[in-house]
Design a protein around this ligand. Structure first.
Ligand code: ADP
Ligand code: MG
Length: 700
């Protein structure tokens, strides 16, 4: 008879109601199943014994055999501490207790061999070990020792309430005794033999009580694979269901707009990456399912023309299209860009933003509803209830990290049937992460920049070299170039940041006086019209220097601007630095990015600066970013719950993730309903995982 793993943890020997409450509240362990899935953080070597004379100041956890020869109490600010002298045949150390002193004094046998285990500190010329684990040598000899003893995740509260690692280990042991360590297999025979995986029961045993390093590694592999496999299965299944259930508008034909643009009006040859991505989009739009696609491409990789040509496919089939951008400036730029691209085509395009006046707005609403207006571009003003399309066939969202998922789905509600959705982002998300976070979106990647781009030379300069930097700026302006100077504005409201910006602006105005020099300034507190005016002066080349906050971060395109100076660069995140740098290097001229910082730099800042000067590969930068910040801070991951992984690690285990995705795909290709006999185990496990929300809450 097998034990039901959904049994509440209260019933396990050694747990009881108090401990059960703590396990629930501190570690989220409700059932036997949850407990088995409490995987160790690390393992300690309990087969090694140290001599006191060999201790090093940086010794981590050590185990020593010796005797306690006496106690003394030392008064301290609050209360007292108890110190025991512990010695072996090579020397002495202090054992220190801040709590539980009476119990220690009463239960310890003096001058009797003990094995102690714990962290070593160096204090006032003596080694000491606070709150050591203690065991009589005679007992120790009887107990199971392992070179890999599990250390479980814990919390301060658990430790204070006496649920130490030793107690957790004991509880785990009793779970294995009660279940006889027999657990149902959760993967198919085929996967197990194909990947030479350990059976489930062996893997679980060896991850908690490893018999050898080799078995531990194989156990971890098996459990990580399983975890990632079921996530991928879920994501891919969701995607398949979506495709079969949600009918899109099939764009049957590639018609006049597209063809005549392609033949007569293409301003340049498309890169191979752009062609490939267009084919992927074309394939989606022509099929019967609704497209849900993420288009990733580094800044400057040429996403705009892909967006435009996708819209032409919608228009060719009698549908409308819209493009939503996160800021007014970007919307305006897109609007002008698309007007330019479409100037030979006779298409109606309009712009709708917060600053569109009432009468224009009314006209737009009208022509949108009667179908005269074909393409609408704008900010989230597009999401207002009054904006009603006659037949929206394609919605494109640029720089989606500014829009929430909820906003994305608002666009859906604008139609009886959802439009095709293309989400464009310039933030390179490492593929592994994208797979987990956007596993339910299809992904297209433009991984090639248009030809003729020169590498941007990136350097790091300290504030004290400012004079040299100014000289360099003057030389570049002399050559006819334009320059960005960007200040951090971490919080829109931060008065200090504005002061930095204005101080900086004034010192630049002093160094570069009129009438020889003209300077633009743009920041978030300005009115949209003023911002736009300043922006346009720079775009037209009337000003040589643009002083700005990160307002210009996304999308702005001024090919003649070839120098990007980032002030207080240590305060920017990697993704932002990369985005900013992408503003230059768009023309034929050699471009530069200068990262200005103070002398005080944290380790992370140094890594960021070093990464920026070393590489311009957005994906490589994103990998570093991911390592520095963890997946939690990367956009979109909050909802996805990649944080809640129990054993796998999205960054370190990307090979396992790739293989898990591969097999999940393979299985679903062959058997989308998991109905074949050989997939019974997988179907059963999948259903169970979906049923118990507390285990599976990362897939909602
Ligand atoms: P992003 O992906 O950052 O939105 P854009 O679409 O704004 O990039 O393109 C950046 C610049 O590169 C624009 O000036 C655009 O006209 C140009 N461009 C795009 N594709 C190509 C190409 N295949 N060949 C040459 N220039 C291109
Ligand atoms: Mg763009």
């Amino acid at each position: 008879m097998s034990v039901n793993l959904q049994t509440p943890i209260d019933y396990l020997k050694g747990v009881g109601p108090n401990r059960a409450d703590l396990l629930r509240s501190e570690l989220g362990i409700h059932t036997y199943q949850d407990l088995i899935n409490l995987f160790p953080n690390r393992y300690l070597d309990r087969t090694k014994y140290h001599k006191i004379s060999e201790l090093q100041r940086n010794s981590a956890d050590v185990q020593i055999v010796g005797k306690i020869t006496g106690f003394k109490e030392v008064a301290q600010k609050r209360g007292k501490r108890l110190i025991g002298t512990f010695q072996d045949d090579t020397g002495k150390i202090d054992l220190v207790w801040f709590r539980g002193q009476k119990w220690i004094r009463d239960s310890i046998k003096l001058n009797t061999p003990y094995v102690i285990f714990g962290k070593i500190n160096w204090f006032n010329g003596v080694y000491n070990m606070p709150h050591p684990e203690l065991e009589l040598l005679s007992d120790h000899k009887k107990s199971l020792r392992s070179s890999m003893q599990a250390v479980y995740p814990s919390t301060e509260k658990l430790a204070n309430k006496g649920i130490t690692n030793r107690v957790l280990t004991k509880i785990m042991q009793s779970l294995f005794l009660e279940t006889k360590g027999r657990f149902s297999e959760t993967l198919s025979d085929h996967l197990i033999s194909e990947l030479k995986l350990l059976p489930k029961s062996d893997a679980l045993f060896n991850v908690h009580f490893p018999k050898s390093q080799k078995l531990l590694s194989r156990s971890e592999f098996r459990l990580k694979f399983e975890e990632l496999f079921y996530i991928q299965l879920q994501l891919i299944l969701k995607n398949l269901i979506h495709k079969s259930k949600i009918k899109g508008f099939p764009f049957k034909s590639v018609g006049d707009y597209f063809n005549s643009f392609y033949k007569n009006n293409l301003p340049f040859d498309l890169t191979n990456a752009q062609k490939r991505v267009l084919k992927e989009i074309r394939h989606d739009l022509g099929s019967n399912a609704q497209m849900n696609r993420l288009l990733q491409g580094d800044v400057g990789s040429g996403k705009t023309i892909v967006a435009f040509m996708s819209m032409l496919m919608a228009l060719d089939n009698g549908f409308q299209a819209c493009l939503m951008a996160p800021t007014e400036i970007l919307s305006v730029q897109h609007y002008q860009g698309l007007l330019d691209l479409s100037k030979e085509l006779n298409i109606s395009i309009k712009l709708l933003t917060g600053s569109t006046n009432t009468s224009d707005r009314r006209k737009i609403h009208e022509s949108l509803e009667n179908g005269d207006l074909q393409i609408l571009i704008g900010t989230h003003a597009l999401l207002e209830d009054k904006v009603k399309f006659k037949n929206l066939g394609l919605a494109i969202i640029d720089e989606q990290h500014r829009f929430g998922v909820a906003q994305r789905s608002k666009l859906w509600k604008k139609n009886t049937s959802p439009p095709h959705i293309l989400v464009m982002t310039a933030t390179p998300i490492p593929r592994t992460l994208a797979m987990s976070v956007y596993g339910d979106l299809d992904i297209s990647i433009i991984d090639e920049l248009p030809p003729g781009r020169q590498a941007i030379k990136t350097v790091h300069r300290y504030d004290k070299n400012r004079l040299k930097v100014m000289r360099f700026m003057r030389d570049e302006i002399e050559k006819g170039r334009q320059i960005y100077v960007v200040y951090p504005l971490i919080q829109e409201s931060s008065a200090l940041d504005y002061k930095d910006l204005m101080d900086g602006y004034e010192s630049i105005v002093r160094e570069f006086p009129q009438p020889n020099y003209q300077i633009s300034i743009v920041h978030g507190k300005m009115k949209p019209v003023d911002k736009d005016y300043e922006m346009q002066r720079f775009v037209k080349g009337e000003t040589q220097i643009m002083v700005a906050t990160t307002v210009i971060e996304v999308g702005v395109n001024v090919p003649n601007a070839s120098v990007m100076i980032i002030e207080s660069a240590e305060r920017f995140g990697l993704a932002q630095l990369h985005q900013l740098r992408g503003r230059v290097g768009r023309g034929a001229e050699k471009s530069y990015c200068i990262l200005m910082t103070s002398h005080k730099l944290s380790e992370d800042s140094k890594t960021r600066l070093e990464t920026m000067t070393r590489t311009s590969d957005g994906f490589e930068i994103a990998e570093v970013d991911l390592k520095l910040r963890g997946p939690g801070d990367i956009m979109g991951t909050q909802q996805s719950g990649v944080l809640n992984l129990k054993i796998a690690n999205i960054i370190k285990d990307k090979d396992i993730l790739q293989s898990a995705r591969f097999y999940a795909k393979q299985i679903l290709n062959q058997d989308p309903s998991l109905g074949l006999p050989e997939h019974t185990t997988i179907l059963k496990t999948y259903r169970e995982l979906s049923k118990y929300k507390n285990i599976w809450n990362y897939i909602s």
